[in-house]
Design a protein around this ligand. Sequence first.
Ligand code: PTJ
Length: 268
Amino acid sequence: MTIPRSHPRYESLVRRERLVRAWREGVVVPEGLIAHGRGEAWDYLFGEGTSAPALVAERAAAAHLLAASRPVISVNGNVAALAAREVVQLARAIPARIEVNLFHRSESRVKKIVRILERAGARDVLGLRPNARIPGIESKRALSHRDGVFGADVVLVPLEDGDRPEELVRMGKVVISVDLNPLSRTSQRATIPIVDELTRAILNTKKFVEELRSNPDEIGRLMKSYRKSENMKALFAFLDWRLRGLREGPKVVRGTPRRPRRIRSPGD
Ligand code: PTJ
């Protein structure tokens, strides 16, 4: 399907088409399409743009990834379909290892996703021969590599389903999630929840990694100053402001809502 570039929601429609194609190719599971719909609904509420609190979380995440001894990025079907190139670029910039880790795991899907990542420039992608299990998880999501998520000190887990972030935090890891739903168990449990659309989040984090790489003082400052509770409070305040704009005022367009205007009465 050809999507006209002039369409006001071009990027969103392209993402949808990519997912549908990846589902046809057996990379994304049908459940992944449902998950994407949920993400889209939240993205609408946030104005289809990165909020200031999300940027703060992305900067803190970049600092933690740079300071890590064994940083790992976990990739599932949706992530491979939507942001394989961006993930590979981020992994190179840090540098971090990539592990394919699937909830609906099958050998054939892991192979396909490894191939997509390799085509995007990745080397030594983990996932095909797991040699460890994340304790406390019964699903196949538990399968992992000692050199990958299992042995990592900082893990980036985009679009997760909740149980693993909790266990990874319990294992003492710094868990950075990307999930547009701020109420999900993943966002609630992660050390640094990034509430932003996947592609934007990965690109922003990469930009911050490049910016911070030569500034260890700033990395240390960011790691100390980030407070999850404050960040989430700011995020909900932003959401509240957007919803209030919708309730009270004139049209809310993409991005930031217009400030409500005073309506003049005829006698004014
Ligand atoms: O490829 P698999 O087998 O590992 O399965 C992947 C899915 C996504 C199906 C699996 O991890 C899953 O079931 O996830 P959930 O529980 O549906 O959670 C996914 C979360 O990601 C939801 O809270 C969505 O709101 C959010 N989400 C979906 N698309 C995006 C997103 N967040 C940010 N950017 C997106 N593009």
